[in-house]
Ligand binder design. Structure first.
Ligand code: NAD
Ligand code: MG
Length: 390
């Protein structure tokens, strides 16, 4: 029986994780569930899955959750705050942690799970983008198992030689081909992009996701973050990671080898597939996802990404090449700019300009400690807010 903590249980990935877990009560139990503010959803999940512990973002939310659970006769212990998030991630009562909080807020608990040697199922790409070397060192130091949930990285993991999490020098890997749907604005007239609404940006053609990652998909910053994520997860240099637009999202990514072979992982676009893969690895379990019918799909298309249409993709490659805390600056500026766009304080085309300006203004340093990374994160957030307000 694997005992699971889900960080970000009420989000899109959290809900899909619980859907897979509910199909296999003989294999998985829930140790802890966390949510930021969606208390009613979290209460319903606690009543269904009986975790030992639940964590929310504030004392008020904890009071509210406690009252809902008591009324339902549910014995889950309620806590709140970052220390509690870290505690449920490294507790002896949990074997595996689904890291599915969105953004930098997920870094501390995800790192706590890695340091404690848990099986870490990583959806929270921002944590790895911010602290790549430190995070991978923590994983190596504790012997934690790291399994990618991001569909592209999960696909790459499956296409690498079995038993390797990373690109081994002798394996003959020449390229990692990260596929990208291109998002909702792949073909839209660039001149009209300034006026798109948050709802239009969040209407992804292939995936149903949280709002932040949906905007990232529309700017293709999501793919940029994924290039950095692939660099750290698989130990591949920037020039070995290539983005390929594939609008059908049937191929989730590929690995090419020096003998001319290209291995791909295919499936319907549904996050329950990589979630089930990570939960059961190295075994396989049913995920609830329908089998892929290629005759229904008919055509698979591929094209090169347009870096002028998607400047965020270029900014991410630039940050990866610069190294140190540059990816943390990029990530923080992006989080602030996306939030401002979602709140309609800036237009869509200002997202990349805010990030570029923050990257120009702030010198990056060495990512020598989590404190150094968090200090740069705070500076970048303040700079982005100032640029947006100005
Ligand atoms: P979401 O917005 O649907 O859910 C986010 C979750 O994080 C919620 O449970 C929320 O309560 C929690 N949360 C938000 N802010 C928090 C804070 N400050 N402190 C603590 N908890 C907080 O997001 P999502 O789409 O499920 O994405 C989660 C992560 O997974 C992101 O990092 C995203 O990039 C990654 N991811 C998502 C998908 C997808 O299909 N949704 C695919 C690949 C990767
Ligand atoms: Mg992805």
């Amino acid at each position: 029986m694997q005992r699971i903590t889900i960080l970000g249980a009420t989000g899109s990935i959290g809900v899909s994780t619980l859907d897979v877990i509910a199909r296999h009560p003989d294999r998985y139990s829930v140790y802890a569930l966390t949510a930021h503010s969606r208390v009613e959803e979290l209460a319903a999940q606690c009543i269904q899955f009986h975790p030992a512990r639940a964590v929310v973002g504030s004392a008020a939310a904890a009071d509210q959750l406690g009252a809902l659970l008591r009324a339902a006769g549910c014995k889950t212990e309620v806590e709140w705050g970052e220390a509690a998030l870290c505690s449920v991630s490294c507790a002896s009562g949990t074997d595996a942690v689904m890291a599915a909080i969105v953004g930098a807020a997920g870094l501390a608990p995800t790192l706590a799970a890695a340091r404690a040697g848990k099986k870490v199922m990583l959806a929270n790409k921002e944590a790895l983008v911010m602290s790549g070397q430190l995070f991978m060192d923590a994983v190596a130091g504790s012997g934690a198992a790291l399994l990618p949930i991001d569909s592209e990285h999960n696909a790459i993991f499956q296409c690498l030689p079995a038993g390797y999490g990373r690109v081994p020098a002798a394996a003959g890997v020449t390229k990692i081909l990260l596929t990208a749907s291109g998002g909702p604005f792949l073909k839209r007239d660039v001149a009209t992009l300034e006026n798109v609404t948050p709802d239009e940006a969040c209407k992804h053609p292939k995936w149903v996701m949280g709002r932040k990652i949906s905007v990232d998909s529309a700017t293709m910053m999501n793919k940029g973050l994924e290039v950095i994520e692939a660099h750290w997860l698989f130990g591949a240099p920037a020039q070995q990671i290539e983005v390929v637009i594939h609008p059908q999202s049937v191929i989730h990514s590929m690995v090419s080898y020096n003998d001319g072979s290209v291995l791909a992982e295919l499936g319907n676009p549904d996050m329950r597939t990589p979630i089930a893969h990570a939960l059961a690895y190295p075994e396989r379990v049913a995920s609830g996802v329908a089998q892929l019918d290629l005759t229904q799909v008919g055509t698979l298309q591929f094209e090169k990404p347009d870096f002028e249409r998607f400047p965020c993709l270029a900014l991410a490659y630039q940050a990866l090449r610069a190294g140190g805390t540059a990816p943390a600056l990029l990530n923080a500026a992006n989080e602030v700019a996306v939030q401002a766009f979602l709140e309609q304080r800036i237009g869509f085309r200002r997202i990349d300009r805010v990030i570029a300006q923050v990257m120009d203004e702030l010198p990056h340093g060495a990512a020598s400690s989590i404190e150094a990374v968090m200090a740069q994160d705070a500076l970048a957030r303040a700079a982005a807010e100032r640029i947006i307000a100005g």
